[in-house]
Design a protein around this ligand. Structure first.
Ligand code: GSH
Length: 171
C-alpha cells in the first residue's frame, strides 16, 4: 500500500492514499489529535524537537534499514560481522549526536524537550531500541538518552509499541 514499499503507512478512515514517512505521519497525528501535544508551542522549541527527531529519522535510521543491509550483503559482499559493525556504528553515531544536545542544553528535562513527551522522544526511543534489541551496542556513552529512554518505556504506549511485540521480529 506504500509505493516505496516501506513502513510505516497510515490508512485513514476517510479513504484516499495512505500517509507515508514517519515524521509526516507523526505531525499529522499531532495536528488531528492535539491532546497531548507532541510538539512545543514555541517556534524555537519546535525547531529543536524536529532537529533531534531528524538526527534519528534522517541521519541514523536510513543507514540501517533492511534494504541497505541487503545491499551491503549482496552487492558489496560484506559478511555478517562487517554488516553488524556498520549497523552498530551508525546507530551509535546518531545516538551520540542526540546525546551531545541533550547533555548540554537547558531545554532538556524529564524528556528530550522539557517535561512533556515530543516527537523527539518517539524517534530517539526507536533508535535506542535498534541499539539494544538488534545491534548489541554499548550505550554507556549516552547516559541522558538512556535516562529518558527508560522513562519513556515506563509509559504503556511506548512499551506496547516495542517492535519485538509486533510479531515477525518487528518487521
Ligand atoms: N524515512 C522513512 C523510512 C521508512 C523505512 O525505511 N522503514 C523501514 C522500517 S525497518 C522499512 O520498511 N524498510 C524496508 C526495507 O528497507 O526494505 C520513514 O521515516 O518512514
Amino acid at each position: 500500500m506504500n509505493p516505496q514499499r516501506v513502513v510505516p503507512a497510515l490508512v485513514l478512515d476517510e479513504g484516499g492514499p495512505p500517509l507515508f514517512q514517519s515524521l509526516a505521519i507523526l505531525e499529522y497525528i499531532d495536528e488531528t489529535h492535539p491532546q497531548p501535544r507532541l510538539l512545543p508551542q514555541d517556534a524555537r522549541g519546535r525547531a529543536r524537537v524536529r532537529g533531534l527527531a531528524l538526527i534519528a529519522a534522517a541521519d541514523g535510521h536510513p543507514l540501517i534499514v533492511p534494504r541497505v543491509r541487503n545491499y551491503l550483503e549482496k552487492e558489496m559482499r560484506q559478511d555478517e560481522a562487517a554488516r553488524n559493525r556498520w549497523l552498530a556504528h551508525w546507530t551509535m553515531r546518531a545516538l551520540e549526536a542526540i546525546e551531545s544536545h541533550l547533555s548540554r542544553e537547558k531545554e532538556t528535562g524529564r524528556f528530550c524537550h522539557g517535561n512533556e513527551l515530543t516527537i523527539a522522544d518517539i524517534c530517539m526511543a526507536s533508535q535506542v531500541i535498534g541499539a539494544l534489541a538488534y545491534f548489541n551496542c554499548d550505550t554507556s556513552a549516552v547516559p541522558s538518552i538512556m535516562r529518558i529512554y527508560n522513562q519513556c518505556m515506563e509509559i504503556e504506549a511506548f512499551s506496547r509499541a516495542h517492535p519485538l511485540k509486533q510479531g515477525a521480529g518487528g518487521h
